[in-house]
Design a protein around this ligand. Structure first.
Ligand SMILES: C[S@@+](CC[C@H](N)C(=O)[O-])C[C@H]1O[C@@H](n2cnc3c(N)ncnc32)[C@H](O)[C@@H]1O
Length: 264
């Protein structure tokens, strides 16, 4: 298979030489910060993280409202996107992440939700997004929020998700991006690179993790570059919306119709 040119092949936390090193370091980092992850997310984003996930769920509502939709939320962490997707929807959401500590918190949160919520019995499983324990052609929708950027190989991640999607199934990636130019963008850049690592390091006790965050975002794709990679890998109709001065983007794309399949 021809390798596709991309600005960054995958994340590389400091000291990681190989993809295996990068994955191991990412897993250790999230395991370390799991107890304070939610608190810091809400503080550092000024609660905007809740709004971004809720807006993502609204955009995906037509798919979530299908009675038979089963949706894995990859790199689910403590489950916040999975819970937002499940709220008021018929879809069966399955959270997956490779950090056990993050999943422990997701299960605790799921268990403490009111019994009326679809998420109260939500399954969470330990799985590497680059080697998913799912059969090919299984899902109508695969989602991931703030996790894709942490994969050790982006092209492999897109191909693995493509494998498990049904033909015409949708991939949705919510991710941080470098903000646009202008004073608000510059202000955010300053905050993200200088203030956020200090607060994150202080509250979590892990300054490396919160120094990694801005570095991983600046190494990551610009939104149009990720859309191009999606198209090169074979997804159709890659699109993105940028939100909050270009600090986050929601990308969606569809798995192409298989050659031997007829349209419904
Ligand atoms: C920034 S957190 C995002 C969590 C959650 N989706 C949210 O919206 O808050 C990134 C998560 O991705 C997970 N992750 C990173 N690389 C992964 C991989 N290769 N397979 C599975 N999970 C991965 C980490 O363990 C972590 O829980």
């Amino acid at each position: 298979m021809a390798e596709i040119a991309a600005p960054a092949k995958g994340t590389r936390p400091e000291g990681a030489q190989t993809e295996a090193d990068a994955s191991r370091k990412v897993r250790e980092m999230f395991t370390q910060i799991a107890p304070r992850y939610d608190l810091l997310n809400h503080i550092l984003s000024g609660q905007l993280d809740r709004l971004w996930r809720a807006r993502t769920a609204r955009r995906l509502r037509p798919i979530l409202d299908r009675l038979d939709a089963v949706v894995p939320d990859l790199c689910c962490g403590t489950g916040d996107l999975a819970f937002a997707l499940a709220k008021g929807s018929h879809a069966r959401i399955v959270g997956a992440d490779f950090s056990h500590a993050m999943l422990v918190r997701a299960r605790q949160k799921s268990g403490s939700m009111s019994p009326g919520l679809a998420s109260s019995a939500m399954p969470f499983l330990e799985a590497d997004a680059l080697r998913l324990p799912f059969a090919s052609n299984s899902f109508d929708l695969v989602t991931t929020a703030f996790g894709f950027r942490n994969l050790a190989n982006y092209e492999s991640g897109l191909r693995e998700i493509q494998r498990v999607l049904k033909a015409r199934g949708t991939l949705a990636i919510l991710e941080f991006t470098e903000p646009t130019d202008g004073w608000l963008g510059n202000f955010y850049r300053f905050y993200f690179r200088n203030v956020l690592p200090q607060i994150g390091g202080f509250i979590s006790g892990d300054s490396a993790a919160y120094n990694y965050l801005p570095r991983s975002v600046s190494r990551f794709f610009r939104p149009s570059e990720l859309a191009t990679l999606m198209a090169e890998v074979g997804y159709t109709t890659p699109k993105f919306e940028s939100w909050t001065f270009g600090t986050v983007a929601l990308h969606t794309a569809s798995k192409a119709q298989g050659e031997n399949e007829s349209t419904r």
